[in-house]
Design a binder for this molecule. Structure first.
Ligand code: URA
Length: 243
């Protein structure tokens, strides 16, 4: 991998910041000053130090999985298949975990990684990471639902949700469908929001999570993030953030 790309992925800042670091002769490869940003390096074979500190780099992996209903968003479970069980053995790196949770009966996008801090950062309220769901309910969704969701729904226990964006696709007495976008992740939030409106969710699928989209990934399958998606994700783990 190119040295500048490696340092960027390891959290040493933007392309410009990394360039500066290399120019300032603070990056050593096997004890030699790195003179070129585009140098091909391999952290598993070479010792890379930045300002005297050794880069501890291990291969981080990022998968998007289309979780089927019936599978739990956990690393292990005594009674049910987990999202990790759906990852092929050859791709099952140690410490893989799902970022956030979907209910067992919810389908859709789950991000799986072995990058420990990433989950905390993506789920941190300060990032307001948006999640969009496709929802089917058992009754009509009238036009007043848009404001109801937009105004911040209050649950009976006093919990108040942040404004959510509802887009009704279809409304009829027995089944209606919609997209709903939220920027937080309370327990059973979508189901409870629709219950507060007076209808029951009969089908729920997450179709996007921050910059990541499910697209037409078949149910039960997974794919690695593209390079562009990984670049998007870097925004959530730059070194200088104060958490
Ligand atoms: N909201 C829910 O109610 N369930 C999920 O699985 C995700 C969001």
């Amino acid at each position: 991998m190119r040295l500048d790309k490696l340092l960027g992925q390891a959290g040493f800042g933007s392309r410009g910041q990394v360039k500066k670091l290399i120019r300032s002769r603070q990056v050593l490869i096997d004890g030699e000053v790195a003179k070129n940003d585009g140098l091909n390096v391999d952290p598993s074979l070479q010792t890379i130090t930045i300002s005297g500190e050794q880069l501890s780099y291990f291969a981080e992996v990022y998968y998007i999985l289309n979780k089927p209903s019936g599978v739990v968003s956990a690393v292990s479970d005594a009674n049910h298949r987990t999202v990790i069980d759906l990852i092929d053995q050859v791709d099952r790196k140690t410490d893989l975990y799902p970022v956030g949770r979907l209910d067992r009966d919810t389908e859709g996008l789950v991000l799986i990684t072995n990058n420990g801090p990433l989950g905390f950062r993506l789920l941190h309220p300060r990032h307001h990471v948006k999640k969009t769901y496709y929802v089917e309910v058992n009754d009509r969704l009238e036009a007043d639902a848009l404001d109801f969701f937009e105004n911040g729904i209050a649950f009976l226990d006093g919990t108040v949700c942040k404004p959510a964006k509802l887009e009704i696709i279809n409304s009829s007495p027995e089944i209606s469908s919609a997209y709903v976008t939220i920027s937080e992740g309370k327990f059973h939030q979508i189901k409870k929001m629709f219950l507060a409106y007076g209808v029951k969710v009969t089908y729920l699928k997450r179709i996007s999570f921050g910059p990541f989209k499910l697209g037409n990934l078949p149910v039960g399958e997974y794919r690695e993030l593209t390079e562009e998606e990984k670049d998007e994700m870097k925004k959530y783990f730059t070194k200088n953030e104060n958490f």
